[in-house]
Every structure is written in C-alpha cells, then in structure tokens.
Design a protein. Structure first.
Length: 95
C-alpha cells in the first residue's frame, strides 16, 4: 500500500502518500486549530507522547487522532486496523 485514498466529509477524494501520512495529519489538525501538543494537554500527556503513540501506531492514539479528524480509523490507518476498525494480527502489520 503506497497511498491512502478516502473521501472527505465535503465529498472530495483525498490521496495521501503513506510516507507523508503523519505530516498530512499534522496539517489537518492545524487547519482545525489543534496540535499534537494541544491533544496531549487534553489527555494530560506531552505532545511528544502523542507523536510517539502515532508513530508506534498505538491503537488508542490512532483512534483519538482519527476521531479528531472525523475520519474512520480504518481509512486513515488501513495498515493497522481492518475494515471494522479491529487490529490486524501482528504479522500483517507492516512497520
């Protein structure tokens, strides 16, 4: 899987290269006047803890970020969860 493809709430088709996913997420959060640090404060952790959680693909953090962006987690992280939002078996998750 080289890119993410999903439909925004506006109906616009979005294609994001997997290598740019984190940067794209940060940009989308910024458009909504949020940062990883502000999300961290909301959950009483540092922005760095949120970043590490995303990079390590922690199910709780990727779900929080997907919810903040109003994008189904299975669309934003299809390499981590299946179409039902359930974690893929470890051998199917690519690092």
């Amino acid at each position: 899987m080289e890119s993410l493809t999903f439909t925004a709430s506006s109906g616009q088709k979005i294609v994001v290269p997997m290598s740019k996913r984190t940067q794209w997420i940060k940009g989308q959060l910024k458009k909504q006047r949020m940062t990883l640090a502000s999300i961290g404060r909301e959950y009483k952790v540092t922005g760095q803890a949120v970043s590490v959680g995303i990079n390590r693909r922690s199910l709780s953090w990727i779900q929080i970020i997907a919810d903040k962006l109003d994008i189904p987690v299975e669309e934003l992280w299809p390499d981590v969860v299946d179409e039902n939002g359930l974690p893929l078996p470890d051998e199917e998750v690519s690092a």
